[in-house]
Design a protein around this ligand. Structure first.
Ligand code: HAM
Length: 431
């Protein structure tokens, strides 16, 4: 990569992002809002390596995700990968600690990497917030995790902008069997593509699973509309030969929906087309979408009761979800909620070039102790150049030998230009 001036030009890799300070400032504040909501629910933060054995993902994440990994053989001959998601690592940490009292409620906020085609809301590297709860399998816990997801979105100001679509893989498996489709894993993979491929290809793929056209049409009908609890049971009573067997499942879903309503007023639907691409899910699965239907999924998750036993033989029920930073950023920008007034008051300490004293440091330290920002200009350049650098700040403080001699502070408000001299004590009081 050599340009016209014969200079080596190395650009950013496709699908990766840079974040400059003005972007990071907002990003940090939003990430904090998310993690504080998780902590308010009693979730505790964990972290894990960015590199894991590829086998961890071969276990149960599914062939599509494994094919998207940035994986390689390291210098020790180990087949490793940059983590494409956090769930297998989280379960690895969990199963390595038998002493932890259940339920275990953990969150994490790693970067993850997937070799996907970059597009709106999808990159090859993204930050991904994860929350998972281990040790209880109940409607109340399913609702709590979905409740946390909705509270995060609500706290970010997105109430009314998103909806949660929920499915139950158990129920869908039962329906597929009832319609004589026994290759459930492949049926799930096809259903996962329902909204992404043409109707013809969808039908063709189901025919390959030996499904007859009458049953394929029943499936298409089932996947085509979002349902509330009433229409769910009515629809299934009409569709299934044997409804009685799924009575308990339906009750559990109804209970979950009822409990979710205590967390949020947002729109919650039952949607058979949500099956999720990852293959470890065993029960309820859910995704959040923008109501306008313009963007990719905001977040996604579900119950995965078998992953721990695959890793360690321990039977530990689990449910969780993850949310990337990319779609949230798009949504917040569209709602004019991205720019936020988050900055602490800030002071730029200009130091005249003949000053040789610790006084500027003392002033800056006093400012920092009051949880405000202070940056000292150590360049020794002329005052106008220092004031130019202070433009971004709320105040500049000018320290010359006069200020040191009089134990005073010359302070300028950078917004309105107002300038005054305060005694050191009065300045400290003004903070
Ligand atoms: P996932 O649906 O693969 O689930 O990803 C979760 C979220 O990560 C997506 O809804 C989206 O916000 C974000 N995301 C995924 N891929 C990309 C990408 N290429 N660029 C930007 N954002 C992306 C999981 O990863 C599961 N491990 C979630 C989970 C946790 N299930 C149980 N616990």
């Amino acid at each position: 990569m050599v340009d016209a001036d014969n200079k080596i030009k190395i650009e950013k890799i496709k699908g990766f992002r840079d974040h400059y300070p003005e972007d990071m400032e907002i990003r940090n504040s939003i990430f904090t809002e998310i993690t504080e909501t998780a902590e308010d629910f009693g979730f505790k933060r964990i972290d894990f390596p960015s590199l894991e054995y590829l086998d961890l993902y071969k276990l149960k994440s599914g062939s599509e995700l494994v094919s998207q990994t940035f994986s390689f053989v390291d210098k020790g001959g180990r087949e490793v990968t940059l983590i494409p998601e956090a769930t297998p690592s989280t379960v690895r940490l969990l199963t390595a600690r038998k002493d932890l009292p259940k339920p275990v409620k953990w969150y994490s906020f790693p970067k993850v990497w997937r070799y996907e085609e970059p597009q709106e809301g999808r990159f090859r590297e993204h930050y991904q917030f994860n929350a998972d709860l281990f040790g209880i399998d109940s409607a109340k816990v399913d609702a709590e995790l979905i409740g946390l997801a909705t509270n995060i979105l609500d706290n970010l100001g997105l109430s009314g902008i998103y909806e949660i679509n929920i499915n139950d893989r158990n129920l869908l498996e039962y329906i597929l069997n009832d319609l004589n489709i026994n290759d459930v894993n492949n049926a799930f993979l096809i259903i996962d593509k329902f909204r992404k491929i043409s109707r013809e290809s969808f039908i063709e793929m189901f025919r390959k699973l030996d499904a007859n056209d009458e049953n394929i049409n029943k499936i298409i009908d089932l996947l085509s509309e979002k349902l509330d609890m009433d229409s769910l049971s009515k629809k299934l009573k009409k569709l299934l030969n044997n409804y009685k067997n799924i009575d308990d499942r339906i009750k559990r879903i109804q209970e979950t929906f009822e409990y979710i309503s205590y967390y949020t007023k947002s729109s919650i639907n039952f949607d058979f087309s949500v099956v999720r691409g990852l293959s470890y899910y065993t029960g309820i699965v859910f995704e959040a979408f923008d109501v306008a239907g313009k963007l990719r999924a905001i977040l996604g998750g579900g119950r995965y009761n078998n992953l721990a036993s695959l890793l360690s033989g321990d039977d530990i029920p689990a449910i969780g979800f993850a949310m990337g930073d990319a779609v949230i950023e798009l949504l917040l920008k569209r709602q004019n909620l991205w720019e936020r007034n988050i900055r602490k008051a800030s002071y730029y300490v200009c130091v005249l070039n003949d000053v040789n004293s610790e006084y500027p440091i003392t002033i800056a330290q006093k400012i920092r102790k009051t949880n405000k920002i202070a940056s000292i200009d150590f360049t020794g350049r002329k005052l106008p150049a220092q004031l130019k650098a202070a433009m971004d700040y709320d105040y500049s403080i000018i320290i010359g030998n006069d200020e040191i001699k009089n134990n005073s502070v010359s302070i300028k408000n950078m917004k309105d230009g107002d300038q005054k001299i305060l005694s050191f004590d009065d300045f400290i009081k003004s903070l």
